[in-house]
Ligand binder design. Structure first.
Ligand code: ADP
Ligand code: MG
Length: 376
């Protein structure tokens, strides 16, 4: 198989949770046919990388150099993930991989100011891997007046859409986004607000853990309705789509401000309330934009939070929504592979010079080919 006719792609995703990089090696036929997953890999970030990336979320001294060095470290980390994927698929030669779709690490997301920054050194990644790299997949949509996010709804439509059925896909990473795959073939989507980011920050502060495994800590607490109402009182949640958000808004100090009037609430009850908060924002989004959805499929790390999954189902029932709630595993795709697959798919869209955005989702002026090529 020669490079020019191969349909093998690698997708690399590292999201706002700052947990690590998810990678997939997948066959995506150019014309028709099902995708075939050949390898998956996960490379967690080191605590020092997470700290450096977190520090770049806000203004600080010597930012340019710190960002450039973080980008180098990220590219090296991505290359390790690529090597692991290739090690798992010895039948694949690296020259056969048509492209790597590399998301990069979001350190600022300010579409209202005309930019979004996914730091990365794609030149170094191409140098280390000897494979074409497609990077900076969000900027062109922002240049066309869009939010540059979410980008996954087009992929969700392509793989999870079902004619005659309204399906909702919830991607619960650090931040959450929703894709509504309407029965008539239309697709809508937007960022709904927090996913795991606040729960992760709270358990890190109180128990020194990076996340609440299975939501078991949250499950021990009681929801504080006053605190929940205060969390829900946020302008972003009232905005109509298109909209997107990130750590720029849902930062630790946002949470601290909200908690200032609730200092008597026990830490475990705060965790239960943060879990409910994410569930409420998701259930509201479904209730407002897809009340008659048949089914809700969840991907991203939040799908592994059993407490959160129960709470989403409960909040939907309370609103009279009858949709079933399951992880994307029910559709044959593991929840932690969906986003990396989406970036492999976006790399394929670029390679075929096909648009990757949905203007009705991002608010861009039109369809755009997303990304920039760093040749092998
Ligand atoms: N077993 C689990 N139980 C509870 N939460 C989990 C579990 N596994 C992952 N998560 C959550 O998912 C997050 C990572 O999700 P991910 O989809 O990678 O998000 P991102 O795209 O923002 O990196 C973790 O930070 C954690 O909060
Ligand atoms: Mg992640």
């Amino acid at each position: 198989m020669h490079n020019s006719i191969s349909s093998l792609y690698i997708g690399l995703m590292s999201g706002t949770s700052l947990d690590g990089v998810d990678g997939v090696l997948v066959e995506l036929p150019d014309v028709a046919g099902a995708m075939r997953l050949l390898a998956t890999a996960y490379q967690p970030f080191s605590p020092s990388f997470r700290q450096d990336a977190m520090a770049l979320q806000q203004a600080g001294a010597n930012e340019i150099e710190r960002e450039a060095l973080l980008a180098n470290t990220l590219a090296e980390h991505y290359a390790v993930c690529v090597n692991e994927l290739l090690r798992q698929a010895p039948q694949v030669q690296r020259q056969q991989v048509r492209a790597i779709g590399a998301h990069g690490q979001t350190i600022r997301h300010r579409p209202e100011l005309g930019f979004t920054r996914q730091t990365n050194n794609p030149a170094l990644l191409a140098e280390l891997c000897g494979i074409d790299v497609i990077a900076d997949l969000r900027s062109r949509d922002v240049a066309a007046g869009g939010q540059g996010a979410p980008l996954v709804p087009a992929f969700h439509r392509a793989v999870f859409g079902a004619e005659g059925e309204t399906r909702v896909v919830l991607n619960i990473g650090g931040i959450s986004n929703i894709s509504i795959l309407h029965a008539d073939g239309n697709t809508s989507g937007f960022d709904t607000g927090p996913g795991n980011v606040l729960m992760d920050a709270w358990i890190a502060q109180h128990q020194g853990k990076s996340y609440d495994e299975n939501g078991s800590w949250a499950a021990l607490g009681q929801i504080d309705t006053g605190l929940l109402a205060s969390l829900c009182d946020e302008e972003f949640l009232r905005q109509l789509p298109p909209k997107s958000t990130g750590r720029d808004l849902f930062r630790p100090d946002w949470l601290m401000q909200k908690l200032a009037n609730f200092s008597s609430v026990a830490a475990v009850d705060v965790q239960a309330t943060l879990c409910a908060f994410t569930a409420v924002t998701l259930a509201d989004a479904i209730y407002q934009h897809a009340p008659a959805a048949n089914a809700v499929y969840v991907c991203g790390g939040g799908a592994y939070n059993a407490r959160l999954m129960q709470e989403i189902a409960r909040q939907l029932q309370q609103r009279g929504c009858l949709a079933s709630v399951a992880s994307t595993q029910a559709l044959g795709v593991s929840p932690n592979h969906v986003e990396a697959l989406a970036f492999a798919w976006l790399a394929q869209r670029f390679t075929l010079r096909l648009p990757g955005n949905l203007p009705e989702v991002t608010g861009a002026k039109g369809l755009r080919i997303l990304g920039a090529l760093y040749p092998a």
